[in-house]
Design a protein around this ligand. Structure first.
Ligand SMILES: *Cc1c(COP(=O)(O)O)cnc(C)c1O
Length: 427
């Protein structure tokens, strides 16, 4: 199913990557709750462990339920291959380590708090330098940061929490002119709203915890590879090294269609772990079956809530892709024609005490970190999701102390607006 390129997104999200005939005609993807698989014969075990034959041997490295999820998301994103992992953070860190190994990354400042924290606390200690670009849409700034040992550009297609839309095509062109791959975190957009590979991205990562699974019930992540980038172009010498377990072939010779994913699976997933459990893969697959309807409704409701807030006297600003600031609206029109997603932020005009009272007065919105859930969520971003940044970094990333992030769920939009209204009035 997954190979049929003429099928629409709505069909692929239900059928791609799985055929019942290969699994006792089970209509749902079965949960293969097993640590390992019968190797059948020493000869086959030998071929499997050298990656000369594809098949399942041990669930840390691959599992049929997880493989169905990988194939399904790869079909939705028009990617060559995918590897699912235990969290979005595992997906981001494995992607960055796999591309960089001893080199440097140019990375966007406007980014999920955990990702930013890793720029400082994790990568430099593991030998990966991070050059932070303050405005990801400033091509001159990106250009000024390219060094001899730069290995990739990393950004979020729609940033968390301020919903800055990246000018993907221009940034991908700049990256490719300099022999660099573009790696994007497409968590907020989801494959329903945006296909980054179409605009030149080489690697796409997701936190599947969020809208892909969509029900706040699972932690997971995924990395996808477009399959176009030349990893032997000069900036990634580690892709050309002979690997003993591959019979001294390099990773590009071993996995010609997807060397990046092949390398993540055989090096990082195999050796650091962070495997996604089959049950969690099943939950994410089930979430993806309703992705289109959920994201469509969340985008429509979020725009209505953003418009309500824009007109409210206790709101300083609203940062939403369809409400203009710094060219965001024009980029949203180009890259997000099917909707602008359910997540955005606004500045509450009150002081800290009033903001706390506002949050405590809400009844329909729940107060917790997560996004893309069927429930509507509210969080004061600087304190909870971006607490890893210091005051200067928050200011430079545009995450001001009054920043409140909303993730609009599937409730009736009038109930959400009324809930916000009564909370403003209570304060
Ligand atoms: C939540 C989030 C992550 C981290 O994902 P986890 O599944 O929580 O590890 C990464 N990027 C973005 C944009 C996120 O929203």
């Amino acid at each position: 199913m997954g190979t049929q390129k003429d099928l629409h997104f709505d069909t692929l999200r239900i059928h791609a990557g799985y055929s019942p005939q290969e699994h006792n005609n089970s209509i749902q993807v079965p949960i293969y709750q097993t640590a390992s698989f019968d190797a059948v014969s020493p000869e086959r075990a030998d071929r499997l462990s050298k990656f000369e034959e594809t098949g399942f041997l041990y669930s840390r490295i691959s599992n049929p339920t997880v493989a169905a999820l990988e194939a399904r998301v790869a079909a939705l994103d028009h990617a060559k291959a995918a590897v699912a992992l235990a969290s979005g953070m595992a997906a981001i860190s494995f992607a960055i380590l796999n591309v960089a190994e001893g080199g440097r990354i140019i990375a966007a400042a406007q980014i999920y708090g955990g990702t930013f924290d890793a720029y400082k606390k994790l990568y430099p200690n593991l030998g990966v330098g991070i050059d932070i670009v303050q405005d990801i849409n400033d091509l001159d700034e990106i250009k000024s940061l390219i060094k001899e040992d730069t290995r990739a550009i990393f950004l979020e297609t729609i940033s968390n929490p301020l919903s800055v839309v990246a000018n993907l095509e221009a940034i991908a062109d700049l990256a490719h002119q300099n022999g660099l791959p573009l790696i994007v975190d497409n968590t907020l957009a989801t494959p329903y709203l945006l296909n980054p590979i179409k605009y030149g991205a080489d690697i796409v990562v997701y936190s599947a915890t969020k809208a892909l699974s969509g029900h706040g019930s699972v932690i997971g992540g995924i990395i996808l590879e477009a399959g176009r980038f030349n990893w032997l172009g000069g900036r990634h010498p580690h892709f050309g090294k002979p690997v003993y377990i591959f019979g001294n072939r390099n990773v590009v010779e071993t996995f010609p269609d997807f060397p990046f994913i092949g390398r993540v699976r055989t090096h990082y997933l195999t050796l650091l772990g962070a495997s996604l459990s089959p049950f969690d893969a099943f939950l994410i697959l089930q979430g993806i079956e309703t992705l289109s309807e959920r994201i469509k409704k969340q985008s429509e409701s979020a725009l209505k809530v953003a418009q309500y807030l824009s007109a409210h006297p206790k709101v300083k600003w609203v940062s939403h892709p369809a409400i203009d600031n710094n060219g965001n609206k024009a980029r949203a029109e180009k890259y997000l024609p099917f909707g602008t997603g359910g997540v955005f932020s606004f500045g509450h005009a009150g002081n800290k005490e009033e903001i706390y009272r506002f949050i405590k007065s809400l009844n329909v919105f729940s107060y917790h970190p997560n996004i893309g859930d069927a429930r509507s969520l509210i969080i004061n971003a600087p304190c909870v999701t971006h607490h890893e940044m210091d005051k200067d970094e928050l200011m430079r990333a545009g995450v001001y102390p009054e920043t409140i992030r909303l993730s609009i769920g599937l409730e009736h939009v009038d109930d959400l607006i009324n809930d916000l209204q009564q909370a403003f009035e209570t304060v």
